[in-house]
Every structure is written in C-alpha cells, then in structure tokens.
Ligand binder design. Sequence first.
Ligand code: CMP
Length: 140
Amino acid sequence: LYLSMCLLYLFVCVPSTKRLINAAMVKNDFLKKLEPQHLRDMVDCMYPRKYTQGQLVIQEGEPGNYLYVLAEGLLEVIQNGKLLGEMRPGTAFGELAILYNCKRTATVKAAVSCALIWALDRQTFQSIMMRTTKARHEEY
Ligand code: CMP
C-alpha cells in the first residue's frame, strides 16, 4: 500500500502540481516573456512553504529575494494599508522585485489558516537564466 501511495504521488500529484505552477507562470504578464525552457527549469527548482492566517509572505518596501506561486489557499494584496485585491490558487507573484530589482511593490498576506505557496530563490532564478544562456552561446 505504501509503495502504491508513493507511486500515486509521483505520477499523479507531482505532475499536476508542476502543471499548476507552470500555468501560473505562463499566465503572469511579466514571466510569460521568459523562455519556456527557463520557466520549466524554474518549476523544477521550486519548493513548498506553508503560511498561516495573517502571516506575511511579502512586505511592501522591502528587498525581495523570492518568486512565488500560490498553490492552495487565498492571499490578500495590500498597498499603503489598502486592500487591492485577492489572489487565488494558480497565481504567480513577487516577480517584480526579482525581475526588476525593485523594492516589493505591495504586501501579500495569507487570508486563510493554511496557504500553500511554492517559492524560488533569486540565486536559483539567476543561475537558471545564466546556465541556459551559456548553453545557447556555446551552440553558435
Ligand atoms: P513584488 O513587487 O515583487 O512583490 C509584491 C507583489 O504583489 C508584486 O511583485 C506583484 O506580484 C503583486 N502585485 C503588485 N501589485 C498588485 C496588484 N495591484 N494586484 C495584484 N497583485 C499585485
């Protein structure tokens, strides 16, 4: 039974989570401009984190070192103390500080008791971009 649960997880849960993360990135206006292979490599390097209600994922005005995708739960986006909107599963966020080296433009907060969020750190993001670019240079 244990083995079949593991196989179920490997062949059913992992691909569907990866598809959700990839779809979220492709839907994002900024991330969709990146190479599809870059995005696939990023999905493979993301790891899950859990947040409890009220916990801040991102704080406005701070430097940002992670790109995120919401897999389960609900998040609130707040700017200057005002609620701008909500984020639902399948949304990529935190891309602005990573792509443009700017400060976080808004606060993002967990609005439910358990939000599941996949994260990618800046170093991994940069090394994925470099590795692929380098490989492409060597082709020419
Ligand atoms: P970043 O600035 O890195 O960190 C805060 C994130 O919130 C930002 O990236 C966007 O992904 C997201 N964000 C900023 N403004 C809005 C908005 N008006 N509506 C929804 N999401 C936003």
